[in-house]
Design a protein around this ligand. Structure first.
Ligand code: B16
Ligand code: MG
Length: 227
């Protein structure tokens, strides 16, 4: 196994913006007289803004103009919430793992379906730790299509087989697998069990743990291939 890069999902991996997405969709649903629960929100994990709205509308037909207006309204609510994000909102273990990847001479990219990913990364103060950012503005087909991760790997100048994708959503794991990437799933096996290896989260997870979980030889090998 030759690994030269990592591609990280944002929401649910680097920080937990799922609650802000939930509050935005919930406010919109209430205004429109639609039912929307936290459980419904779980099913939107990793899906694009439009796919999320379509799930929330449950097959009801709306004119395109109204769809655009609802997406813009939800995004206004979301943008209001993410103003409160600070470096304290990094999920446990993220900073440490990114530092280890950097120190080992491996590359890192962000692969997020969110069109607001750059703003969130800037507020978290971790922009300098990524060699590339691919987000909801980078591709036309979203997860579970592999396009976003392929775009990120392209920016790193690496083939998918040399990259590990770290994801918290079933749609993201599927996208990475279809694209030919190694996959680390974060969360319950019912959700991310299709990944090559699963961790509850990144707290206490070191680069060596990730490489070993994927059947590699651990950190010394990573250093050798990267040098
Ligand atoms: P936006 P990820 C995804 O981020 C979220 O998980 C998903 O809930 C959201 O709908 C999607 O981004 C689009 O976000 O409305 O900001 O463009 O998990 O791919 O980092
Ligand atoms: Mg996610």
């Amino acid at each position: 196994m030759e690994i030269h890069g990592f591609i990280f999902d944002l929401d649910g991996v680097i920080t937990d913006t799922a609650e802000f997405h939930f509050l935005g969709w919930k406010r919109l649903a209430d205004e429109e007289g639609l039912t929307f629960t936290r459980q419904d929100n779980e099913r939107l994990r990793g899906l694009s803004r439009r796919d999320s709205l379509m799930a929330l509308l449950r097959g009801r037909a709306y004119p395109e103009e109204k769809i655009q207006e609802m997406m813009a309204r939800k995004n206004r609510y979301y943008l209001e919430s993410i103003r409160s994000i600070t470096p304290d909102d990094l999920l446990p273990g993220v900073q440490e793992l990114l530092n280890e990847i950097c120190a080992a001479g491996l590359k890192s990219a962000l692969g997020s379906a969110s069109k607001n990913a750059r703003e969130v990364v800037a507020r978290l103060g971790i922009g300098r730790l990524f060699d590339a950012i691919s987000d909801g503005n980078s591709v036309e087909r979203y997860k579970p299509a592999p396009d976003l991760f392929i775009h990120a790997a392209g920016q790193l100048h690496l083939p998918p087989r040399e990259c590990i994708v770290v994801e918290d959503a079933a749609a993201g794991i599927e996208a990475a697998r279809v694209g030919g990437f190694h996959t680390i799933g974060l969360g319950p096996p019912e959700r991310v069990g299709a990944a090559d290896a699963v961790f509850p989260g990144l707290a206490g997870v070191h680069l060596q743990d990730v490489l070993q979980a994927l059947g590699g030889n651990g950190l010394p090998s990573a250093k050798r291939i990267s040098g």
